[in-house]
Design a protein around this ligand. Structure first.
Ligand SMILES: Nc1ncnc2c1ncn2[C@@H]1O[C@H](COP(=O)(O)OP(=O)(O)OP(=O)(O)O)[C@@H](O)[C@H]1O
Length: 527
């Protein structure tokens, strides 16, 4: 059994940033004006364009709504790098030392979520900048630490989960293990060693993402996209008993949060909208419940209402440092969506998560292998003694036969001579037989030594191949080989319960198989 240990958890406030993109051509064409104004680094003022300043009945109500966030970027100041540095950069160090982190982009369609997360070739977004820093931090500490990095990329479309690195797998199941950790059954996990490699996979994966033109965005993402990067860290050159830190980083590009009635979407787009809204409504409900006084520990929070909230459970109410980047348009024509987004984002600021470092206690797991090796050693000792016993028995056989040779008393001289010749012949025969047996025993010993060498070699394979890096490599390889081809239909319901224990490394399984064969061979020769 593996064991998750963790340091003392600490409460952490959800960080909420706001990004306002520039007015786009369509908005300018329809005569939209800018209704958002950044004040200082943290405040934004939203003007209500529909309110008539001459309306005396409403003069007591302010036309301005003010919101304060951890950081605000407007159309003038915000470069991709500024957004990354202020929101996500600080998470990287934690991830490589075993802390979970989540960054998610929230906001109506066409407000710049994909631009912030994925970006453009010339202006890469948070994905690439984070991964570049992550690999650099790994490089800087690689003198005394070993790392393995793997990634998966999925989308939630119409409440079905699709593997964007291998869409042919169909819809995948979301499972929760006994520790409440969410897993996607059968998802492709790719081991990587540099950011560019991940970006290539992401660009490839993004082409698989469900995108359609909508009334507000020509390349609107109709799904929620989740990039998960897992970093395992352990000390180099230490004993097998070393613990492994596991940090998971989720980077989520949500689908547009606008209400169906606010768009001119019809037909398929409207059905998608309903699903998107279902998950975003569930997300909104979770944010509401979590942001109530006392947060997750005082209020019932229903994460189970949608795949999205189940997947973001840790990010919102559990063990994760979480950053929400809310996006809005500055246009007067999008006042209502901007207002709703700002209200949700503002509420999310109250959410607290409990952050603790993830430790995988490898020692217990390795102890199991040490036990297996000890068992096999005992078995070899037993077989050795059996072979020795057999050797002794074979040595004693000619003596037994000698004992059967008796000289009858009171025989004549001739008879005695004949008897003596017979005995001599018997003795020579027995001697020859003994020589042959000695020869066979030497051969038997040689075979035995060879079997021992092979057994030791395989035991060594088990011991040597049991390192977290090779385990991961094997596990990834195993997942590629073993993954079943999924049904294209979305699942009726999710399977609950533990995910099974991971298969042992391929070399270990092979070595074990070989050892069984060798032991069988030894048993044969021992009989
Ligand atoms: N800060 C920005 N600066 C310049 N262009 C931007 C910015 N934000 C978004 N854009 C542009 O606006 C358009 C829509 O952005 P994007 O596709 O990122 O929106 P989205 O919120 O992901 O939309 P959807 O939810 O429909 O997928 C794109 O052409 C993008 O290049």
């Amino acid at each position: 059994m593996r064991e998750i240990a963790a340091a003392e958890p600490k409460d952490q406030q959800l960080m909420v940033a706001l990004r306002i993109r520039p007015l786009n051509d369509a908005e300018l064409e329809e005569g939209a004006t800018t209704i958002t104004h950044k004040v200082g680094d943290q405040m934004v003022v939203l003007m209500d364009p529909s309110e008539d300043p001459e309306d005396t009945l409403r003069t007591h109500r302010s036309r301005e709504k003010t919101f304060i966030f951890d950081t605000v970027f407007d159309q003038h100041a915000s470069q991709q790098e500024d957004v990354y540095c202020a929101t996500t950069q600080h998470l990287v160090e934690g991830v490589i030392s075993g802390y979970n982190a989540t960054v998610f982009a929230y906001g109506p369609s066409g407000t710049g979520k994909t631009y912030t997360m994925l970006g453009m070739d010339a202006e890469p977004g948070i994905y690439l900048q984070t991964l570049t820093d992550l690999f650099q931090a790994i490089e800087e500490t690689s003198n005394n630490m070993d790392y393995s990095v793997s990634m998966s990329y999925l989308e939630i479309y119409n409440e079905g989960i699709r593997d964007l690195l291998n869409p042919s797998l169909g819809f995948l199941d979301l499972r929760e293990d006994s520790r409440g950790s969410i897993q996607i059954a059968g998802i492709t996990e790719v081991s990587t060693s540099n950011a560019q490699e991940i970006m290539q996979l992401l660009t490839k994966g993004n082409r698989q993402r469900t995108q359609e033109p909508t009334a507000t965005n020509q390349t609107s993402s109709r799904s929620h996209a989740v990039l998960q990067v897992t970093v395992r860290q352990w000390s180099r050159g230490t004993e097998l008993m070393e613990a492994v830190h596991i940090g998971r980083l989720f980077m989520v590009d949500l689908a547009g949060s606008e209400r169906a009635s606010q768009t001119q979407n019809r037909g398929k787009r409207m059905k998608e909208g309903a699903h998107i809204n279902r998950s975003l409504l569930a997300l909104g409900n979770c944010i509401n419940a979590l942001s109530e006084k006392g947060g997750s520990r005082a209020q019932y929070v229903n994460f189970r209402d949608s795949k999205l909230t189940r997947l973001l459970k840790d990010a919102l109410g559990g063990n994760s440092r979480t950053v929400m980047i809310a996006h809005i348009s500055p246009a007067s024509t999008h006042f209502e969506e901007s207002r709703t987004t700002l209200i949700y984002a503002y509420r999310a600021k109250n959410i607290k998560t409990r952050v603790k470092r993830n430790l995988l206690n490898v020692s217990y797991h390795i102890a199991q292998y040490t036990d297996v090796i000890s068992d096999l050693r005992r078995e070899i000792e037993h077989l050795k003694s059996k072979i020795e016993k057999q050797e002794k028995e074979k040595r004693s056989e000619p003596n037994t036969r000698d004992a059967q040779v008796t000289i009858p008393p009171n025989d004549t001289e001739e008879e005695r001579r004949l008897q003596m010749n017979k005995i001599r012949a018997q003795l020579i025969g027995a001697f020859k037989e003994q020589m042959e047996m000695r020869h066979s025993l030497v051969e038997l010993e040689n075979t035995n030594i060879e079997l021992h060498i092979d057994t030791s070699r395989h035991l060594l394979t088990i011991a040597e191949d049991w390192s977290p890096r090779s385990w991961e490599r094997e596990k990834t390889h195993h997942m590629h080989r073993e993954r079943p081809h999924g049904d294209e239909e979305p699942p009726e319901a999710d399977t609950e319960g533990d995910e099974g224990e991971s298969a042992e490394p391929h070399e270990v399984a092979l070595a074990r198989e070989e050892i069984n064969m060798l032991l069988a061979e030894q048993r044969k020769t021992a009989v």
